[in-house]
Design a protein around this ligand. Structure first.
Ligand code: UDP
Length: 323
């Protein structure tokens, strides 16, 4: 099989590229290196079944050419990290809306299979205990620009599903929840790499708000294995799936767990939301996916418990710091 991965030099995209190449497939990556890095693909550099093109997705005719070449397009290119998105809301919107439209148009020419990476953020401030794919999506007003990322992803999903509905394009929408593992960088503001870095450095762990907000964290290797299985499942065409872990943890408990695993003397500090986010920023108090649909379809879901994930991250970060 031939795969085109947009954003394939990023955290999740590079793991997917490795997974597909090691399974015997051919992979072509387009990445503008805005947040992706060539080093992420070091293990594949000279591999005969792997090619990396470092250029913007929308420049020239490469996207169309490679969409025609590919059996499957994995659209993962997006503006990563809460800080960058809040600082560059226009860029985040344009990358989502224009990038996805271009990928779908290119795929539409030859009827190429597409997996679109969406996000668990589309559920917004839904109060549901377990988020099923049929849950209402609850966003705030447009005057709070921080909802733009979720809103643009909702439009991307609708556009992909319309391509399927009207033109029978074989698309699948995958809502990724917090995913973690090697190569995810603290730089982008993700909570786990941030806490691990802080605990190893002996700095205070910065819990935003009261830390009661609940999240789940999935191991990237398990996530890409499920993603690949969805791509290979014809019944997933025209459908939307949550993909993540359902092992829930509050951010305060996560901070305590990280200090325990690191055996760090770091303190845990509470930082008010107003000190780190723009005025009016609202965050989901709880975001836990139902994985019933995913598991029912592919017989697989991420299962690594949070403690094991933290232990793996700490070991990896220690090696990186010492290297
Ligand atoms: N968070 C935190 N301290 C940090 C970074 C993040 O307490 O240094 C919180 C953040 O406010 C959110 C949760 O951790 O409630 C997860 O944040 P992240 O940006 O990793 O992902 P999100 O689930 O918000 O997309």
């Amino acid at each position: 099989m031939r795969h085109l991965i947009t954003g394939g030099a990023g955290f999740i995209g590079s793991h997917l590229a490795e997974h597909l190449v090691s399974g015997g497939d051919e992979v072509f990556v387009i990445d503008d290196l805005s947040t992706g890095r060539v080093e992420h693909l070091r293990s594949l550099r000279d591999h005969p079944r792997f090619t990396l093109a470092t250029q913007p997705l929308l420049s020239g005719g490469l996207l169309r050419e490679r969409a025609e070449w590919a059996d499957c397009i994995h659209h993962l290119a997006a503006v990563v990290g809460i800080r960058r998105r809040l600082q560059n809301p226009l860029e985040a919107l344009r990358v989502n809306l224009r990038g996805t439209a271009a990928v779908l148009d290119a795929a539409g020419e030859g009827g190429t299979r597409v997996l679109l990476a969406s996000t668990g953020e589309v559920y917004g401030k839904s109060a549901a205990r377990l988020l099923t794919e049929e849950e209402d999506l609850v966003l705030g007003p447009t005057t709070r620009g921080s909802w733009g990322f979720a809103a643009s992803r909702i439009l991307d999903e609708l556009e992909a599903l319309a391509w399927h509905e009207e033109r029978r394009l074989p698309v699948t929408v995958v809502r990724l929840f917090n995913t973690t593992g090697p190569r995810q960088r603290a730089l982008h503001g993700g909570v786990l790499p941030t806490f691990v870095r802080q605990a190893i450095a002996g700095e205070p762990l910065t819990v935003h708000g009261n830390g009661a907000q609940v999240r789940t964290f999935a191991c990237v290797r398990e996530v890409v294995a499920c993603w690949d299985r969805l791509a290979a499942t014809p019944q997933s065409v025209g459908e939307v799936y949550n993909l993540g872990s359902d092992d829930e943890v509050s951010i305060r408990d996560l901070a305590t767990l990280v200090t325990e695993v690191v055996r760090s003397s770091s303190t845990i500090e509470t930082v008010p939301h107003a000190a780190v986010y723009p005025a009016g920023y609202e965050e989901a108090p709880r975001r836990v996916p139902s994985l019933t649909k995913l598991e029912g379809e592919i017989g697989l879901r991420p299962v690594a418990p949070i403690r094991r994930i933290v232990e793996g991250l700490v070991a990896h970060e220690r090696q990186r710091v010492e290297a």
